[in-house]
Ligand binder design. Structure first.
Ligand SMILES: Nc1nc2c(ncn2[C@@H]2O[C@H](COP(=O)(O)OP(=O)(O)OP(=O)(O)O)[C@@H](O)[C@H]2O)c(=O)[nH]1
Ligand SMILES: [Zn+2]
Length: 366
């Protein structure tokens, strides 16, 4: 509703924060085929917001008119074209995982201040997310703000229970395990009881994730953007969040789940690194049934010997980072270590024992 006579709302001119070195946040939008990813992005593009958002759509959607009109095909190859929308947003449609599009987008630096990236329905968002950590050039331009997973209220349960060949991870479960936010979409198509069941299952997979429910992916944007899920600046918030997490009761056979524990005291950084590498890289820890534990997402807060500040752990698949937060351990605060693991075949008791034994292993310290 534009009224010529009305005084336009005053909006401060948004300058780029600190010139060419400022990193742009990227939110990865993932979710199983047809869950409502493109619908979410189209909604965000048309919603009022004070951001200049660059949106990268994947072109697999049976999708909307907007999506279709953007897929410009040239001799069977997708020709990547950025369209500038009236509200200052940029949009493009791509065929691959979108990282190339981000690189190309960087040539337009200064024209946008946020990137939303839709992955294909079967994509492993962890692999996409890892690129922002591994690729130094990409990493200096952009940072990962969060992974948002859209779930189909009607078919989500079915996707989650699909049997995969031995050893393979269910893609839908992996997408939920890695999510910082999940949006259960298409709630118009299900009864409350089905919704409750799906919500409980999502929670059992990922004890850390925030869950929203939507129709047509209509969501409050402040809940989706600027999550700062991987920031080390906010150690307090992570510590509080990790404290609320509970070890979950698996809802599905062979399912992904969350386990957590706390161990008092301070640990050696070297031993901690060895423990994490044994867990993520060597995969030497087994549950009581003899199955190797696979961790997909890892978070933690640690008290490291000789360090006055809290140290944060972030892990996605085999990549991890230990980083000091700006926050000091206060004098009265008990020193402790808290870990949250999301993955398969996890046994919290076994992991805790392994952690304690690894931290007290004096032989491997030089
Ligand atoms: N009934 C119902 N349909 C919806 C809702 N949200 C989206 N849809 C429809 O679901 C279909 C798939 O939506 P998309 O947004 O293209 O899903 P997507 O996740 O991008 O799909 P892919 O890119 O193919 O994986 C479209 O026909 C949408 O109109 C909803 O809340 N309720
Ligand atoms: Zn789509």
């Amino acid at each position: 509703m534009e009224d010529e006579d009305e005084c336009p709302e005053l909006v401060p001119i948004k300058e780029k924060p600190t010139g060419p070195t400022a990193q742009i946040p990227v939110t990865i939008i993932t979710g199983y085929l047809g869950a409502g990813k493109t619908t979410l992005l189209n909604y965000i593009l048309t919603e009022q917001h004070n951001k200049r958002i660059a949106v990268i759509l994947n072109e697999f959607g049976e999708g909307s008119a907007l999506e279709k009109s953007l897929a410009v095909s040239q001799a069977g190859e997708l020709y990547e074209e950025w369209l500038e929308l009236r509200n200052g947003c940029l949009c493009c449609s791509v065929k691959d995982n979108g990282l190339k599009a981000i690189e190309n987008l960087m040539e337009k630096k200064g024209k946008f201040d946020y990137i939303l990236l839709e992955t294909t329905g079967l994509a492993d968002p962890g692999a996409v997310a890892s690129m922002f950590w591994v690729d130094a050039e990409l990493g200096s331009d952009v940072y990962l703000d969060g992974i948002v997973t859209v779930i189909d209220a009607k078919y989500g349960m079915q996707h989650l229970t699909e049997e995969k060949p031995e050893g393979l991870i269910n893609e839908a479960a992996r997408q939920i395990a890695l999510a910082d936010l999940t949006i259960i979409n298409k709630t118009d198509l299900v009864k409350e009881t089905e919704l409750v069941q799906l919500r409980d299952t999502v929670r059992s997979i990922n004890g850390l994730v925030k869950i929203l429910e939507t129709q047509k992916s209509r969501v409050d944007l402040s809940q989706v953007l600027d999550l700062h899920s991987f920031d080390t600046k906010d150690g307090t918030r992570l510590a509080e969040k990790l404290q609320l997490v509970k070890t979950s009761q698996p809802h599905l056979d062979k399912s992904m789940l969350t386990v957590t524990f706390e161990v008092p005291g301070s640990v050696s950084e070297d031993l901690l690194n060895i423990f994490i590498q044994n867990l993520l890289w060597e995969k030497i820890f087994k549950n009581k049934a003899g199955l190797a534990m696979t961790v997909i997402r890892l978070k933690g807060i640690f008290s490291i010997q000789q360090k006055q500040k809290k140290v944060m752990l972030q892990g996605v698949h085999e990549l991890y980072e230990l980083e000091e937060t700006p926050e000091f351990w206060s004098d009265h605060e008990p020193r402790l270590n808290r870990l949250v693991f999301i993955g398969r075949n996890l046994d919290g008791e076994v992991l805790k024992e392994e952690f304690i034994s690894a931290m007290s292993n004096k032989d491997s310290v030089e």
